[in-house]
Write a protein that binds this ligand. Structure first.
Ligand code: MN3
Length: 198
């Protein structure tokens, strides 16, 4: 049984960058629906699959019976992606990374500002619904729908940005770049650094 994770902050804690109403809908409705649909799909075919850790399940989608494979991909991806997304955010976020992550980003992109610009450009250019990811090798990957790098045999991402309209429409209407600019103010670099050096 997969379960909806509890947030380590209140729904209104990320205001004014992300509103209480978006956080509530996004967590209690959207994410919750991914979890229950994932459980329904897995329990209908296999208790073994239902007991696999999520990241293992998403790396072995070819072993999931075809009748539920798309449901597991979409809802399992939705569960994994949002579980990471909440942890990437913090009311004390913003600023810039330090230590090894700072050094790594500067080496690869020239500066933190240049990295931010590149990640922002990639996030703005996701067509339709999807995500943009920062990988442990500090590459940036885009994916559609609720797909993520694990499904393609890649490493678990350090961080991900949800660019589905449900993540920002109530606050920013159709202006995704405004949402992305605001999002940088609540990124928890300490959490991401800890994933980078672990
Ligand atoms: Mn979402």
């Amino acid at each position: 049984m997969h379960t909806l994770p509890t947030l380590s902050y209140q729904y209104d804690a990320l205001e004014p960058h992300i509103s209480r109403e978006i956080m509530r809908l996004h967590h209690a409705e959207h994410h919750n629906a991914y979890v229950s649909k994932l459980n329904d799909a897995l329990e209908s075919v296999s208790p073994q699959l239902a007991s696999l850790p999520l990241e293992q399940l998403l790396g072995r989608l070819d072993e999931v019976p075809e009748v539920v494979r798309l449901a597991v991909r979409n809802n399992g991806g939705g569960h994994y992606n949002h579980s990471l997304f909440w942890q990437v955010l913090s009311p004390q976020g913003g600023g810039a990374p330090s230590g090894q992550l700072q050094a790594g980003l500067e080496k690869r992109y020239g500066s933190f500002a240049a990295f931010k610009q590149e990640f922002t450009k990639e996030a703005a250019s996701v067509f339709g619904s999807g995500w943009v990811w920062l990988q442990p090798d500090l590459s940036i990957i885009k994916s559609s729908n609720q797909d993520n790098p694990i499904m393609n045999g890649e490493a678990e991402p350090l961080m991900g940005l949800d660019v589905w309209e449900h993540a920002y429409y109530l606050d920013y209407k159709n202006v995704r770049p405004d949402y992305i600019s605001a999002w940088w103010h609540v990124v928890d670099w300490q959490f991401i650094q800890d994933r980078y050096v672990r």
